[in-house]
Design a protein around this ligand. Structure first.
Ligand code: ADP
Ligand code: TRP
Length: 325
């Protein structure tokens, strides 16, 4: 199989967590070895949740450091901050004009987010069109995301098809890439792990806080000598760090008498700290070398701009915005 253009982004709306890591980040980093990877920090998107300005800018920088620490290589890939390539907002506008209101009305994320108390503004409503522009601006073929983003990918395909039907084949129609085993990482309360539910285990919090969160993972009241349910958040979270053989061993411990959830939690904590230890060190180093990180991001923005410029120019011609042609 040839190299594919793989693209995804993440909102800098708080500390990145195990759901983000297994659902999207670690897969992106693996993709960079054999594909043409485009990865960005979606700070325009984060504006839709009306954050404090200091929090938005520090979360943006820290999310970039998280990715770099976890192994995203700005030389192998194209890695940038969304607002450094503002062409995406122009594409959003062009796409908006072929996007039917019926399609927007069916989007569930706006309803979910306003139901959770986010303010009902146009940015939040139009967010799937900005996401479509993120994807289409860079001729993306594959988009690795968690299950919650599936509808946005379907909307993107729909919008791109409309543009192509109306103006000729100018856009690449992307495919979503959702991995079955990691599509829905549970949070400490058993719901989907999400920054907005306060049930996350952040990748790079202090040891003490991570331990506390792991100890808080919900469990049931099955007697110690009874077989335990494996379709539960503690089992699922621990499994993410285990290979197949280790998972089978854990499963047989769940079936055997004598298993204490408290012991499993301590094991999970140790495993997680070991897994992230080298990345944690790298991250500290990046955070304390801000200028170097900024250089890497500027370099990425330049690479991204080259592709964006070409798409925008093609689109301007296709829709009739370039009156001098
Ligand atoms: P959050 O819900 O915490 O705000 P985002 O919406 O910013 O997370 O998600 C960023 C990326 O991480 C997306 O690709 C999303 O699908 C993925 N993701 C987030 N939470 C999970 C989860 N619990 N399980 C799997 N993937 C997830
Ligand atoms: N909407 C995605 C999320 O909340 C983030 C995102 C923005 C994205 N633009 C994207 C993901 C483009 C994939 C492709 O998680």
């Amino acid at each position: 199989m040839g190299k594919k253009r793989v693209l995804s982004g993440i909102q800098p709306s708080g500390q990145l967590h195990l759901g983000n890591y297994f659902g999207m980040m670690s897969r992106m980093i693996q993709y960079q070895e054999n594909n043409d990877l485009f990865c960005f920090i979606a700070n325009y998107h984060a504006l839709t949740s009306t954050p404090e300005k200091e929090a938005l800018s520090s979360n943006t920088f820290e999310a970039a450091c998280d990715f770099l620490a976890l192994g995203l290589d700005p030389k192998k890939s194209t890695f940038w901050i969304q607002s450094d390539v503002p062409e995406v907002t122009e594409l959003t506008w062009i796409l908006s004009n072929v996007t039917p209101m019926g399609l927007m009305d069916r989007a569930t994320s706006y309803k979910d987010k306003t139901a959770r108390g986010l303010s009902a503004n146009l940015g939040l409503f139009a967010y799937p069109v900005l996401m479509a522009a993120d994807i289409l601006l860079f001729n993306s073929e594959v988009v690795p995301v968690g299950k919650d983003q599936k509808q946005h990918l379907e909307m993107t395909r729909d919008i791109a098809t409309r543009i192509n039907n109306q103006f000729g084949d100018v856009l690449v129609i992307p495919e979503s890439d959702i991995e079955k085993t990691t599509q829905l990482v549970p949070g400490t309360d058993g719901q989907k792990m999400s920054k907005s539910y306060g049930n996350t285990i952040p990748l790079f919090d202090t040891e003490k806080k991570i331990r506390k969160k792991i100890m808080r993972i919900v469990t049931d009241t099955t007697e110690i000598d009874e077989p335990k349910d494996k379709d539960t958040p503690l089992f699922q979270l621990y499994s993410l760090f285990l290979d197949e053989k280790e998972q089978a061993e854990l499963a047989s411990r769940y079936d055997a008498p004598g298993l204490r959830y408290g012991d499993i939690k301590v094991e999970l904590f140790t495993k997680m700290m070991e897994h992230f230890a080298p990345y944690r060190e790298k991250r500290e180093d990046l955070i304390s070398h801000k200028e170097d990180v900024i250089d890497m991001l500027q370099y990425g923005a330049k690479k991204a701009k080259r592709v964006a410029g070409e798409t925008i120019s093609n689109l301007r011609k296709a829709v009739g915005l370039s009156y001098d042609a």
